[in-house]
Design a protein around this ligand. Structure first.
Ligand code: NDP
Length: 450
């Protein structure tokens, strides 16, 4: 049945949808033991309906740069499934963005949002606009032009976008300003807003902190161990990577690597976070190369200096690895090196950063592997807290938010670990996450009817 379904999936999607097919295939294979257990899945064609987005919106974004040159980019919003609540998911501004990438991210988002237990559906959007090297005014003009199209499809109870790669609180601020001007409506239509107007405390930190909380809970429950004194490797140097490093350090770990799209940094004394933030914090995009002159012993490796199927970040012996940059960044070659160096846990901060063969290798060899749809769900959870605060015109203090974030991450870990056990897949957190998310989602789809 699963093989037939995967053949149908390949036939009904185009070549551009490679990451989407990869994401769906993983989920469907996990679901094999549950699909036969309830006749309603077939009666209501749950699987067939789950892999087709409710709608894929594509629009033209026209804007003018500081030299009065006209530019045109593609804008997208994929509203995948709203059975559990308003569509919710980030916006990505990166030249690699196309409809296939967003379809994969939106599909993953439905499952992630389901795992949080909160009332949010799944969506994703963005543009092939490259924010690198643009002035603040150019970013603002692009965001305004993007929102002039997007505004007609979103709303506080319809679809609530947030940030992702290339979109932080600065961009969300510009997008919100334009939405407000067009709609005359001051509501929580976007999350990840600056705290000055409607944003939530802890939202910038939430994804990364949540990744570290998830890792701590998993290590405690599975190995009776903690992060204290452990050497960890992180990839990426953006929002998720920086806050993962921050929380890992607060929990007593020593993080020795990070990276960006140009190269990687190794600091045997442990990453100097204030220094890293001066280069990469809050939307800054300076080169990691500038870290080494002031930090004795640190080494910068340019991406070209490393073989095409591997990443120098993963060559250093570590107890736990945290891929926090982008999809399919951790290859089988990387996994082999990590394994040979004795890695005990791999916890995803990014969405689907680990290639399928690498996941299989980790699982076969007893490495604890946490999929991003579970371990990076802290960001969207705190986004939902922002929606709640906006709807009730309240502001929650940081202690309450941090406690709720930690509770949600521990709950997600317990839920997926328990589900895996119940289905005879102990310690397979990929299957546990896919099955647990599917059960909640499919129940809602059945109860709502066709
Ligand atoms: P940022 O834009 O803040 O940072 C992304 C980082 O990854 C940067 O260091 C960037 O380098 C690097 N990067 C991007 N593309 C590539 C590439 N092709 N190869 C190597 N490095 C690359 O994004 P976030 O930190 O917000 O997002 C990182 C990941 O986490 C993504 O997968 C995102 O979907 C996921 N995520 C984010 C959430 C959030 O709350 N922000 C929530 C849940 C998941 P450079 O600066 O050179 O571009």
């Amino acid at each position: 049945m699963v093989e037939n379904f995967l053949a149908h999936l390949e036939r009904t999607n185009c070549a551009m949808d490679g990451t989407f097919i990869q994401a769906v295939s993983e989920v469907v294979r996990s679901l094999e033991p549950v699909l036969q257990s309830d006749k309603r899945y077939e009666t209501y064609a749950i699987l067939e309906r789950l892999i087709v987005p409710d709608r894929e919106i594509r629009f033209k974004v026209q804007w003018v740069d500081d030299n009065n040159k006209v530019h045109i980019n593609n804008g997208y919003r994929v509203q995948f499934n709203n059975a559990l609540g308003p569509y919710k998911g980030g916006l990505r501004f990166h030249p690699s963005v196309d409809s296939g990438v967003l379809k994969f991210l939106a599909f993953e988002q439905i499952f992630k949002n389901s795992l949080t237990g909160l009332p949010i559906g799944g969506a994703k959007g963005g543009s092939d606009f490259d924010p690198k090297g643009k002035s603040d005014f150019e970013i603002m003009k692009f965001c305004h032009a993007f929102m002039r199209e997007l505004h007609q499809y979103i709303g506080a109870r319809v679809d609530v976008p947030a940030g992702d790669i290339g979109v932080g609180s600065r961009e969300i601020g510009f997008l919100f300003g334009e939405y407000k001007r067009i709609s005359h409506n001051y509501d929580g239509v976007l999350s990840g807003k600056p705290y000055a107007f409607g944003g939530s405390l802890l939202r910038p930190e939430a994804t990364g902190y949540g990744v570290a909380y998830f890792a701590a809970e998993m290590l405690k429950a599975e190995l009776g161990d903690s992060l204290w004194g452990k050497v960890c490797c992180v990839s990426g140097a953006g929002n998720v990577a920086i806050h993962t490093i921050e929380k890992l350090q607060q929990l007593g770990a020593k993080v020795i690597t990070c990276s960006d799209s140009e190269g990687s940094l190794y600091d045997p004394k442990g990453i100097d976070l204030p220094l890293l933030k001066t280069l990469k914090g809050e939307g800054r995009r300076l080169s990691l190369e500038q870290y080494t002159p002031t930090r004795q012993g640190s080494v910068y490796t340019k991406k070209e200096a490393y073989p095409p199927h591997g990443h120098s970040v993963w060559t250093h012996p570590c107890y736990a690895a945290f891929p926090c940059a982008t999809q399919n960044e951790l290859s089988l070659e990387d996994a082999t090196i990590l394994l040979n160096n004795g890695v005990k846990a791999v916890v995803e901060g990014a969405n689907m950063p680990t290639m399928p063969q690498a996941i299989e290798l980790f699982q076969r060899n007893g490495v604890l592997f946490a999929p991003g749809k579970a371990s990076n769900a802290g960001g969207v959870a705190v986004s939902e807290f922002e929606m709640s605060q906006n709807a009730s015109m309240e502001r929650w203090d940081i202690k309450k938010l941090d406690r709720k974030l930690n509770d949600i991450m521990c709950h997600i870990y317990k839920q997926i670990s328990q589900t895996a056990k119940e289905h005879g897949k102990e310690r397979n957190f990929v299957d546990g996450a896919n099955i647990a998310a599917f059960k909640r989602l499919s129940e809602a789809m059945i109860l709502e009817g066709i």
